[in-house]
Structure formats: C-alpha cells, structure tokens
Design a protein around this ligand. Structure first.
Ligand code: XBP
Ligand code: MG
Length: 258
C-alpha cells in the first residue's frame, strides 16, 4: 500500500507553539484574577495531559484545595480556556511560532504528488486556523481535507480516537497514511490507530519515551536546517523527502506483512 495521505499533528509538529500556549494561559489567569503563573518547567510537566481544559482540571486537582474552592475553580475552566484561546489567537497572529524545518517543504512535495492531507490535533480549530493562516495564508485551510481536532472526540491523545476520526474523514485505511507527531501522547495515539509515525520532538517533549516511533528525527530538515549525523543517515540525506518517506513506509509495510 503506497502512501495516500499525510496526517499532521499541530502543536509541536507543524510549529513549536507551546510557549505561545503557555503565555496565553498565563494571560488568561491574570484576566480572571487567578494567582497562577505557569513556568516553563511546570508547563512542560503539565503538557503530559493533552487538552488545555483537561490540563487546567489536572492542575486544579493538584492544588489540594477544599472541595468548595475546587468545585468553584473547575466551574471556571471553560471560561478560562475561552480567554486563553482568544489570547492564543492574538499572539499567534504575529507569526511568532514559525513552521518547523521541512514542514512547508514536505507539504509542498505531498501536494505536488497528489497526496491528501489531514490534521489530527488536540487543540481547537480556532487555534489551528490562526496558525495556518499566519504561516501558510488563509487559503491553506483548504489543503487539509480532514480536520480532526479539539473536542470532536471524547478521548483525546494518547487515545487513538482523533486519528481514527481523521482516517474516517479521509476514508482511508491506516496503512495508506503517515502520521507526524512531536510528543509521546501523540505517538501513542497514532500508533494505536495503526499509522506509520514520524516523530520530531521539541524541547517540550525531550526525554519522552519515543520507543515505537517508526522514524525519530530532530526535524524533517530543509536547506536552512539540514539534518546531520544519524538523522541524515535515517532520512537518507539532509532532509526527509517524500521519496525517502515512501521507501521507508513501504519497507515497514513489507516487514509487517512478512
Ligand atoms: C497539543 C495539546 C493542546 C495544546 C493547547 O495539541 O495538547 O492541548 O497544548 O491547546 P496537539 P488547547 O495534539 O496539536 O499536539 O488549549 O486548545 O488544548
Ligand atoms: Mg503535538
């Protein structure tokens, strides 16, 4: 089965957005008079919970509050998260989260080769629209046939639901698709849905257990950020091309069938 679609995670994969998410959360806390200010170290730990609302709930539960205060704050999560999402959209619009190396190149190769594109993300469609608009331009939204994101599934990553949803929207079997991820939750989700998965970690997911990744690279590589060393050996050069990805995917399919 040759590759028919590429399915991209968003945060951390298409662009390194989590610092912007962190700033958007902290601005929302100020707006709502909450004495919280998530440091980078704290946020990296909180990122082990997928989903901003779920992350807020996990954080509130970690504070050891009296039942009444805990209930009050849990009742504010939707409101806080709506403020955070608005803040994120405003922050991301200024282009502060550039595309990661090789993302635009590989998407361009895939489009030129007639491959289909999908997104499987925990974040909201508003956040994805803001990022794609800022980095690709507004019409790029239409490049992605399957936009599986946010609360369309009850079980977020590491559950497979969001990838299963994207496959259903594309009407393709997992064997015909490749997933791109940055985190252990995303890897687990894509593998549980049966996809060949390329992982390109960020500083936020360094140290995660990426065993099970079909290909682990520092990035997809491009002329400005060429792959080196072991990355270049695995990618077959200074960047992961569609031709090389097709070869690796086919090899993996043959091994799985043997
Ligand atoms: C990463 C996430 C999201 C973002 C914050 O999503 O887990 O929760 O951190 O966005 P991805 P929200 O699957 O794209 O890596 O606050 O909208 O959830
Ligand atoms: Mg991610």
């Amino acid at each position: 089965m040759s590759i028919k679609a590429l399915i991209f995670d968003v945060d951390g994969t298409i662009a390194d957005t989590e610092e912007t998410h962190r700033q958007a959360f902290n601005a929302a806390f100020l707006e709502h008079g909450l004495p919280w200010d998530w440091s980078r170290r704290e946020y990296a730990e909180l990122l082990r919970t997928s989903g901003g609302k779920e992350r807020l709930e996990t954080y509130i539960d970690s504070l050891g509050l009296k039942a009444q205060e805990r209930t009050r704050l849990l009742g504010m999560v939707q409101l806080i998260h709506a403020s955070k999402t608005r803040n994120y959209g405003e922050l991301i619009a200024d282009g502060r989260a550039p595309l990661r190396p090789g993302v635009a190149r590989l998407i361009g190769e895939a489009r030129a080769a007639g491959l289909r594109l999908g997104i499987a993300s925990t974040t909201t469609s508003a956040n994805i629209s803001a990022l794609i608009g800022a980095q690709f331009g507004a019409d790029a939204w239409n490049w992605f046939e399957a936009m599986a994101c946010g609360d369309v599934v009850a079980n977020k990553k590491p559950a497979p639901d969001i990838y299963t949803r994207a496959l259903g929207m594309l009407r393709l079997p997992a064997a015909d698709c490749v997933a791109f991820e940055d985190s252990v939750n995303g890897l687990k989700s894509a593998k549980a849905a049966g996809l060949y998965t390329v992982v390109t970690p960020t500083i936020w997911s360094e140290g995660h257990d990426f065993r099970g990744a079909d290909l682990l690279l520092s990035s997809l590589g491009d002329a400005q950020a060429p792959l080196q060393g072991e990355d270049a050996r695995l990618a077959g050069g200074t960047c992961l091309t569609l031709a090389r990805l097709r070869q690796l995917h086919a090899d993996a399919q043959r091994s799985a069938a043997a």
